[in-house]
Ligand binder design. Structure first.
Ligand SMILES: [Fe+2]
Length: 192
């Protein structure tokens, strides 16, 4: 069954995110969906044609990690945007953040600090599915650094395409804008 791109048009008009930037971002996301479908189809054909064991098969398998995660991480990202409320520090997620990081403020400092790291990729607040612990993690590009079995609770895109049109090199200003638009209800609903 093929994946289909979801629509995130309702995010247009979000404070701190220009329409051009968002529309370009949606187009990029759709490209990942298209390529994920293409790769899965091609790999399935190669299996039938007895092409396993070829360098072509190996490279396409590797590529799937990039395209699939590029698709799925954008879905997590767009879905955890569009909120207007401040985080509820006494809610389930707020209390868990304070428990695992010492305070909500320390979690926020660590998440923003992770996002400000040089390089392109993602910052993800993960929940370890075995212990329940919350961990902020950096992902290189789309596929390197994921925590096995980790549940993505809050996902922030820090590729340059996510902010340069509006903020130039000021990634910190983009991260502040991201925080103003987090949909905390969505993030909390991802917690186990
Ligand atoms: Fe992106």
């Amino acid at each position: 069954m093929a994946y289909s791109a979801k629509g995130y048009g309702k995010l247009i008009g979000m404070e701190g995110f220009g329409e051009t930037l968002l529309k370009n971002h949606f187009t990029l996301y759709q490209g990942y969906v298209t390529n994920t479908n293409k790769l899965l189809d091609t790999l399935a054909s190669m299996l039938k044609e007895g092409k396993i064991g070829t360098p072509e098969y190996a490279e396409l398998k590797r590529r799937l990690g990039f395209e699939f995660n590029g698709m799925r991480l954008h879905e997590y990202y767009f879905e955890n945007l569009g909120g207007k409320e401040a985080p509820n520090k006494s809610g389930k997620l707020g209390r868990k953040l304070a428990e695992d990081f010492g305070s909500y403020e320390d979690w926020e400092k660590d998440f923003k600090g992770t996002g400000a790291m040089r390089g392109i990729g993602w910052t993800i607040l993960y929940q370890d599915d075995i212990t329940g612990r919350l961990i902020n993690q950096w992902i290189n590009e789309h596929e390197t650094g994921h925590l096995a079995g980790g549940i993505p609770v809050l996902v922030m895109d820090v590729f340059e395409h996510a902010f340069m049109v509006d903020y130039g090199l000021k990634r910190g200003d983009y991260i502040e804008a991201f925080f103003k638009n987090i949909n905390w209800d969505v993030a909390e609903s991802r917690l186990r």
